[in-house]
Design a protein around this ligand. Sequence first.
Ligand code: GTP
Ligand code: MG
Length: 336
Amino acid sequence: DRIICMLFGTCQTFLLEWLSFLVENEKISNARHKELHFVKTRLQDAIRKKLKNDFRLDAFGSSENGFGSNKSDYDVFFRYGNDNYERSSEMQIQTIINIEQALRAARFSRVMSITTAKVPIVKFAIRVESGEIEGDISYYNELALHNTQLLKRYCSWTKDETLSKLGMFIKKWAKNCEIGDASKGSLSSYAYIILLIHFLQRLPDPLLPVLQEMGEKRTIQVDGWDVYFCDDEPMPSWSQCTLSVSELFLQFLEYFAKFDWQNQVVQIRQTNKLTKIEKGWKKLMCIEDPFDLDHNLGSGISPRMFAFIMKSFVTSREVFFTLKEREGFVRSNMAA
Ligand code: GTP
Ligand code: MG
């Protein structure tokens, strides 16, 4: 039993080491940034050969928000130089098809457009020195550029890399549990980062503020939504945090295993709780986008998937918690 306890004990240490390993080996490196820049140039060259109009490409998502790893996909927007260009859905689909042809002609691999989804995209892959980069190009969505900046601001709240480590770890955990892929009926990486921020804002001693409520509030309208958040105040609270990344991860699991999904909405834009009744939402999982307040990131979750996600939270919590308790037991035994 003592040997088993020691094995369990080392697992907790192993978890910590795995976290550091993740950050050292998977956090977006400068070399990866250079490769992404190279990919963007290749995309631009390919598209320029096909489209006559002036256009630009902008990266968003995890390559820009601080939660990216060397294995993350590369999310890119396409937009015409003239921002007032009419964006009818037919025109968006035609543009996406043109981009698809351009990428095929330029010998990108696994090029495929998906025009039936809510947001039409072209998927692609390209070989680079470190391996292969997968990505997708969607038509310009200014809100996603703003939520990328908001996540980046939260991510940079810590002077060390605690938050970025935790976010990357949670995304990896969700992918390993097969509950982290919206295209397969579960939740997107983006949704998990919203869950994480919400949880850190609601700790008894909050580790993150509510940036959309702070500072000199003013309304900044984009696509009919207010995208204001405070990005100029210093962020003091994190330095007082004595919890390790693995402890925070455990508490994250605990928080959502016990979350009142029946009545509450997960959101990061206000300190006050928000109920499903207030929103008029009836879905099993309600996770509000910070800017597009009509967008429920959990709207695609089926009852079966909901049960599966909950089971992952509960079981992971039990497993990791047992490891932690056992480690305590081993420590006191060894001390004795
Ligand atoms: P990884 O690629 O898994 O590292 O994370 P990511 O943050 O890039 O997430 P993902 O590729 O799923 O989404 C890319 C970006 O799309 C997000 O960071 C958001 O800026 C934006 N976005 C806005 N709304 C949604 C949504 O409903 N689902 C998803 N997936 N993304 C959204
Ligand atoms: Mg991505």
